[in-house]
Structure formats: C-alpha cells, structure tokens
Write a protein that binds this ligand. Structure first.
Ligand SMILES: [Mn+2]
Length: 307
C-alpha cells in the first residue's frame, strides 16, 4: 500500500514542501510514499513549486484506511479526518508534541527547530540519500518561510546550516532576496476573499478547555493591509460566532518592523493583557517583536488562559 505524507490543515509552504521531500526520501529507502495536502495550496507555496518545477501534491482530507506519515504537526485537530491511528507510520515535526497516539512503535523525528524541512535535511543525511536539486530548492524556501528569513524567534543554528547546505545543492546564492520575493508573493492580497485571508494560516487550539482560533498574515509592510483591516476585524467576529469560539485572534505580522498587530474578538478580552502584559485598544493591540505564533503567541496565551 502506498503511504501518504501529509501536513496540517490550511497547508503552508513547510507542510507542502515537507510532504514532497519526505515522500521522496521514504520512496528511496524502501517505503512507497506520495505527498498529499489537506487543501488548496496558498500563493506562496504555488510560487515556490513553480520556481522549482514541481507539481502540487494531491488533496487528501480523509484518513480512513490510509497509511500516513504526518509532517509539520502531531495534533489530531490539525490532521486528517478519520485518521487511522494504527496506520500512522511516522511523524516528522518541529512543533510541540501533540495529542496523536499510536498502538504501535513508529518513526518519530521531532526537533525543536524552525522548520520541518530542517529535520528532513538531516534525515536525508542520516539515511545517506542525495537530495534532488529541485527538492533542495523547495526545502530552502520552506526554511526561509517558516523562519521569516531567519528572523523568527524559532530560528536555530540548525536551520541556518540546513538552509546553507540546501541552497548550495539547489544553486541558490541570495537567500535574502529570495526570501523577500516570497514574502512579497505572500503579501499580495488583492482580489482574495477576506475569509480566505483569515484562514490562510489559521489554527484551532484548546486552551484550558476554551476553543481558540489564531490566524496569521505575514506581510512585508503592514500598510498593505490597511484597505482590508476593517473587513478582517468584521470577519473574525463572524467566524467566532459560526465556530462557537471563545476567542479568535488574527496576527498581522510586519516582517520588516518585526512585530505584529493583533486583531481580536474574545468573550474575555482581558486574556490579552494577562498573556502579553499589554491591554488592547478596542479590538486590536500592537505586539512589538512578536512574530512567531508557535514560540511567542501560543505559549503566552496558554499561560494567560490558565491564569
Ligand atoms: Mn512548519
């Protein structure tokens, strides 16, 4: 049976590229595998795949009866519907360990680094498999995306080393320029429906029993979002009602200013001050130096919601 390699819901560039890379590696070490994504890929991922001449993985949302490797997540809420736990073959990730459990021993590679593709680069080395040039290219882009061109609090020395080595294989010499080019694609929002922007990089969390949604849009300049900000604020209010959320937060991250404006709707807005030591002005707050949902926003909210 061919196994699927699949990343989290609302696939980002790392989830897409990690599934392609791990499927390539597994296929070369004797495990038939193919990449999959849980939904349409975003414009940044499309740009990256086009640049290196690779196709988007097929869409898979139902895990019933499928053998799977999970990449870039290990949370049930972010995984396939009807995930068959006894058919999970492995996990490769760089997030906190989630709530997936298995009845059998499996391969688990999870490292506290900035990007799943950093882990996969090291797996290729471990298994002594050569990385194809185009896959090295998309893996480099994944690292640039996930670490916000090495600026994110999540970026580690391993990420820099992996990106440097992968860029050499792919023949890329200016990673800074490539990173900015990618974030410009990511920043282009014209013609995109508001809900699609809110959901572009969006995750659900359980925080002390409360349903919390946190989305993030990363742009090269926050003023690019001026025209849609009020619509975004209205839409997360609508989303909160539709999904019976306790809170929905939307981070508008300015990668050059290195901080985020957070739009919020919450049954208890005081949780923002409890979490970040800064009170919101109405439905928004500027959080200086906050760029990483995983390393800064989620842990702070977890403490704030528990308080
Ligand atoms: Mn990732």
């Amino acid at each position: 049976m061919t196994a699927f390699v699949v990343g989290h819901k609302s696939p980002d560039t790392d989830s897409v590229c990690a599934s392609i890379a791990l499927a390539d590696l597994k296929s070369k070490i004797g495990v038939e595998a193919k990449p999959a994504v849980q939904g349409e890929i975003n414009p940044e991922s499309r740009f990256v795949l086009d640049k290196f001449g690779l196709d988007a993985p097929e869409i898979l949302t139902d895990g019933a009866g499928k053998q799977v490797f999970l990449v870039d997540h290990s949370d049930l809420a972010q995984s396939l519907d009807n995930l068959d736990k006894d058919k999970i073959l492995g996990i490769v990730d760089h997030h906190k360990v989630g709530d997936v459990t298995t009845p059998n021993p499996i391969w688990v590679w999870t490292w506290p680094v900035g990007c799943t593709c950093t882990v996969i680069k090291n797996m290729y080395d471990f298994f002594k498999v050569e990385i194809p040039k185009n896959i090295a290219g998309i893996m480099t882009c994944s690292i640039l995306s996930d670490t916000v061109i090495f600026k994110s609090a999540t970026c580690t020395e391993q990420d820099r080393e992996a990106a440097t080595a992968l860029a050499r294989i792919a023949g890329l010499d200016d990673l800074q320029a490539l990173g900015i080019e990618m974030f410009k694609v990511k920043s282009a929002i014209e013609g995109t429906p508001v809900r699609e922007l809110v959901k572009r990089d969006y995750k659900d969390f359980d925080m002390s029993g409360k349903k919390v949604g946190i989305g993030q849009l990363e742009v090269v300049d926050l003023s690019l979002l001026d025209a849609v900000k009020e619509d975004l604020a209205r839409d997360i209010q609508a989303l909160k009602n539709e999904g019976s959320y306790h809170s929905v937060f939307l981070l508008l991250t300015d990668i050059m200013k290195e901080g985020s404006e957070m739009l919020l709707v919450s049954d208890d807005p005081s949780v923002v001050e409890k979490s970040f030591g800064k009170a919101p002005q109405g439905d928004r707050v500027w959080l200086d130096k906050v760029m990483s949902r995983k390393k800064q926003v989620v842990p702070n909210f977890e403490k704030g919601f528990a308080a």
